[in-house]
Design a protein around this ligand. Structure first.
Ligand code: ADP
Length: 494
């Protein structure tokens, strides 16, 4: 049985700022279902430590340079065996995983996530501190990017490493002077190493030193090799393209299930879709919108940052207000965007409702209550919300980029008659294009048969983790065999 350590800075629902948390909770579960001995490694945030009373210490991690000592605790998070890195001064504080909750990032994030990376490397190294040793360490995003570097510079046999890029724009770039403080050798500060435009880049370290790189959709795997969407790392990614795979994320079909969702007023299935309107009326009432069943309600849930294209919606609000539509937005992020949205809602309170903050229950209620889900992201590595919306019979309207292009089937007459159309894609990130898509969706809404087909087609899609988990398994097994061959070779040479 192959042993995989899945390392993540977030874990849903205990510590969540976005999709990574959902993936960290769902993928290991799916991998275990396929017979992989997968364990999750997360920082010991207060919510993580409080989630179980059965944490027990199984190892320690010695201090290294400026990195303090830590304890490795073993326990369970939900259905998944888990390990937590306990280090009170770095992880036991308020706010969210990365900031104080008021938009200010923790100034010691480099230390916090270097320690997570170091603990992961320890669990994958030959001089492991525990009886359980990972064959493969699966790292996720910049917060875990130093793991492959620590393993590369360590001695003796080591686990293979997979590094998944969930969002290439967040790179963990820090001052070069910290190379020594993080216990890395000076030689790694090189363009063939962790150096990136004069800084130390956690993300580049992950991409450079890992044995295999994945990103979260096939389209995005191609996009990040281009200057337009590679955020400066396209050259390296292109050079390593034979080691780069796009695997579309799945969703947790138990947590996101309209037939059993405890957050929503009325549960429903493809056979009882009419009941969905009760959720719409409830949402309209709860948010102070006009309770009008015939007016299409567009929902948006997500981080309020330029990536998500909220500014495009703000740009077309005047035109939207001229159409018989309603808009519900839930999110948190950049203050300027938050204020602009709130101002719009104050001006048209029966048409636009904006909730600033993080609210898991409301996110579910929007998916269940809206008639369409808007996701006009500038770029989107995968995106989960558009899959949730299809599962909830809420056809998405998306910019045709990354995983949105891969997971939403555009409504054309051909796709409708084939029974595969699930939503609307617009090709260019331009105001006219999004407006056209919203207008087309609105007129489809009035054609009840077509609208119902879109809903049912989406609800019947299989967005579960089965096929993605199998694709990861194949990569793990290939790497594991390769590592074993290298090791045999090393032993022969010695
Ligand atoms: P990203 O990972 O880029 O933030 P995804 O679409 O992959 O985007 O995942 C976003 C996840 O975070 C979804 O589960 C979505 O419901 C959730 N989410 C985002 N913002 C909020 C919010 N303000 N309140 C509740 N859930 C949110």
């Amino acid at each position: 049985m192959i042993r995989v350590l899945f390392v993540s800075s977030e874990f849903a629902p205990l510590s969540k700022t976005g999709g990574l948390a959902d993936v960290a909770a769902a993928l290991p579960k799916a991998l275990r279902g396929l017979g992989v001995d997968c364990r999750v490694l997360v920082p010991g945030y207060p919510a993580i430590l409080a989630a179980s009373s059965n944490w027990r210490q199984i190892a320690t991690v010695a201090p290294l340079a400026a990195l303090p000592a830590a304890r490795i605790l073993e326990g369970r998070l939900g259905d998944v065996p888990a390990l937590a890195v306990e280090c009170e001064p770095l992880y036991e504080r308020g706010g969210d995983a990365y900031s104080d909750g008021c938009g200010r990032e923790w100034p010691d994030n480099a230390l916090r996530f270097a320690l997570l990376s170091r603990a992961a490397a320890a669990l994958g190294s030959g001089v492991r501190p525990t009886t359980w040793r990972a064959d493969v360490v699966h790292c996720n995003d910049w917060q875990t990017g130093l793991t492959p570097a620590y393993l590369h510079f360590g001695n003796g046999p080591r686990a293979a490493t997979v590094f998944t890029v969930h969002n290439i724009a967040y790179q963990g770039n820090i001052h070069r002077d910290l190379v020594a403080a993080l216990g890395l050798p000076p030689s790694c500060f090189d363009m063939h190493g962790v150096e990136f435009h004069g800084q130390l880049s956690f993300l580049k370290a992950g991409i450079y030193y890992s044995d295999h790189i994945t990103t979260v959709s096939a389209t995005h795997a191609a996009e990040i090799q281009t200057e337009a969407l590679g955020h400066g790392l396209h050259g390296l990614l292109h050079a390593r393209r034979h080691r780069l795979t796009g695997i579309v994320n799945g969703i947790d079909t138990v947590v996101w299930n309209p037939a059993k969702d405890p957050h929503i007023a009325q549960r429903y299935t493809t056979w009882s879709l009419r009941r969905k309107r009760i959720n719409k009326a409830q949402l309209q009432r709860q948010l102070g919108l006009g309770v009008e069943s015939d007016v299409p309600l567009f929902g948006m849930v997500g981080r309020l940052v330029p990536q998500k294209g909220v500014d495009l919606i703000l740009d077309v609000l005047a035109e939207l207000c001229g159409l018989p539509v309603q808009l519900v937005v839930l999110g948190a992020g950049e203050q300027e965007i938050e204020v602009a949205l709130q101002t719009a809602a104050t001006r048209a309170p029966r048409r636009i409702a904006v909730t600033i903050g993080f609210d898991e229950g409301l996110a579910h209620r929007i998916q269940a209550g809206a008639d369409f889900f808007l996701m006009p992201s500038r770029y989107e590595p995968c995106g989960l919300s558009q899959m949730y919306s299809q599962r909830y019979g809420t056809p998405p309207i998306v910019h045709a980029t990354g995983g949105l292009a891969d997971t939403v089937t555009h409504c054309t007459p051909e796709m409708l008659s084939a029974g595969t159309a699930t939503g609307f894609q617009f090709q260019s990130f331009e105001r006219n294009c999004v407006l056209d898509a919203i207008a087309t969706a609105s007129s489809t809404y009035r054609n009840r048969r077509t609208y119902r087909s879109l809903q049912q087609n989406g609800m019947r899609c299989d967005f579960g983790w089965q096929s993605g988990a199998r694709a990861y398994c194949k990569i793990y097994e290939g790497l594991h065999m390769q590592m074993a061959a290298w090791q045999r070779n090393d032993e022969r040479m010695a």
